[in-house]
Design a protein around this ligand. Sequence first.
Ligand code: ADP
Ligand code: MG
Length: 730
Amino acid sequence: MSKLRFKVVEDAFRKRPVEVKTPTERPSEYFAKYVFNQEKMFKYLPLSTYRKLRQVIEEGAPLSIEVADEVAKGMKQWAMDMGVTHCTHWFQPLTEGTAEKHDAFVEHDFKGGMVENFSGKELVQQEPDASSFPNGGIRSTFEARGYSAWDPASPVFIVGDTLMIPTVFISYTGEALDYKAPLKKALAAVDKAATKVARYFDPEVTHVQANLGWEQEYFLVDEGLYAARPDLLLTGRTLMGHDSAKNQQMEDHYFGAIPERVAEFMRDLEIQALELGIPCKTRHNEVAPNQFELAPIFEECNLAVDHNMLLMSLMRNVARRHGFRCLLHEKPFAGINGSGKHNNWSLSTNTGTLLYAPGKTPEDSLRFITFVVETLMAVYKHNGVLKASIMSATNAHRLGANEAPPAIISSFLGKQVSELLDKVEHSTKEELFTMEGKHGVKLDIPQIPELYIDNTDRNRTSPFAFTGNRFEFRAVGSIANCASAMIALNAAVAEALENFYTRVEALIAKGESKIGAILDVLREDIKTCRPIHFDGNGYSDEWKAEAARRGLDCETSCPLIFDRYLDDSTVKMFESTHVMNRHELEARNEIKWETYQKKIQIEARVLGDLCMNHIIPVATKYQSELVDNVHKIQQTFSDPEKVKELTAYNIDLIEKINKHTSFIAENVEEMVEKRKVVNKIENIRELAIAYHDEIAPYFDAIRYHIDKLELIVEDEMWTLPKYRELLFIR
Ligand code: ADP
Ligand code: MG
């Protein structure tokens, strides 16, 4: 390693955490220490207020300002007992990450001093200066006002000296400017539709909850090395870098021991996450070197999304205290696996039934089939928009590559569920059930053995796989807000279940029995959604051709994939479920296109700068040394044959360097000129398409030549940390 880069690594290595938390208590004792949870509500609120707040949380009852005032008073007391001085509304704007605006708990006491104050109004509603958050033209600048409103379903928590209040962020006209507002609406829609359908099987059901268990993948790199890579710093990924001689081919990282420094980071992270009420459960190495995963126990979807957002910011902070940087980009390094965030999703009832668990009786089995088939209907009908919901400039690197879900949405069911659906489709109604007396029904639907739940045959290539008692949406990107995927999925499933319910009710109204009607509709739907079901290898070329024949969305261009949000069928789905209207969808798409274009633009600039300031100068300097050497040989030896022999190798290198640097210089210049041309395009969608089609293709072409130079230029001279250094933590 060069002296320069070695120093950088050493510095990072020496930088030990200021203080690693090592609590003496057990996790159960410090879990949710910083969360205003039920236990603290009970302790800090008057009983009548406590009861009213539980109603708000559990039943969605409205929150009156009087109750809010009482709640705020209790919260303030708790917060001050914990040494807190500020509060902030915490929300999820349509950019990456979260946003907050801090206010101190103080007010004038009108006697020349200050008093600590925090009112119900401050708790419930705030007006952050919203003009700088992307809104896709929903708020014209003269009325650049949005407000944030408390989401009582997600508990308030403390970070440092600040009370954090999870909020939705909406415009004064009521349109969503964030992820949380439409997510809550999608969850309400799926609750309503799934409850109606679940009641066919259990009349006790009054409420259905969507669950989410995410698996967060990430990379760690030394902070010092990170700082010496302007591309990582500015774009989140390496735009250049030759493969390390060893990367993941030995597959030794996945099963290897977690390096001590990393284990320390993980311990610290988990303790802090547990204190914030995030139920961390699993940690392990991932396939690529320096890649890891953290997964909690699944939770109600809205809360799980908040917890994931919170965890991502925690990861970034804790990593820095350990001399690391945490990379959440989906593809920080070429040639090795990228990072995703599998979203394990299911529905469960207030009566404690997991609706995707096969169950023990033929009735359970019918309920199971109903929910599986209607979910497939949703995924089939909206496979394009589901793909759009997980698509981004960064996740685009991962999808379709030979490691991660392909860029075509399909669903894996496994042998047993497939056979079950086949049986229902191909049996006659009489074979499946018989009426016994007036109300009695005898069902003959096979059950799936319970054992199966833990023994699902795994198909790692499927973007939407059934895994025993849930579906696993694997295409979600590691840096994404899970809400985007969860909004689309829950709304689509809500629409499918509503549709199912309407058709079953129509048949019942015509005199069909309930079970008969359910079976009729299911058998029709099993046929209809057949194209989305695929248990084979999602990475194969045959599948790409087959998927196209089946009419599935096979588009790979990110800006074009976003178009699916504005298809009539998509707008209808979001409007009928009251999740978003066309105007909101249009506004959000503008933000998507703009974000895409800006990211590619930044990458193009960073790549251009690095080429001109690092790569070409370094390569030229080395080339000059080679030229010097050739000159000296020529001066030293008089025999032309001898000179030729001694200089041949270096002359060849000099020419190679020239070939690579010329290509780089010419292409960077061309790319800059192209940018000037396309930047004149005013329509944001067209601009994004132009960046995708005309600018992005330069990246790999230029990179190829940079990586060749990295192999030629003397190690000592190369300024940028190399893959082998970035990827192996000591
Ligand atoms: P994997 O084998 O894919 O790593 P795990 O069994 O570790 O999966 O679980 C991954 C995530 O799925 C965890 O967050 C877990 O809590 C969650 N999960 C398990 N069952 C369900 C379910 N029924 N609904 C939603 N999430 C679930
Ligand atoms: Mg998984």
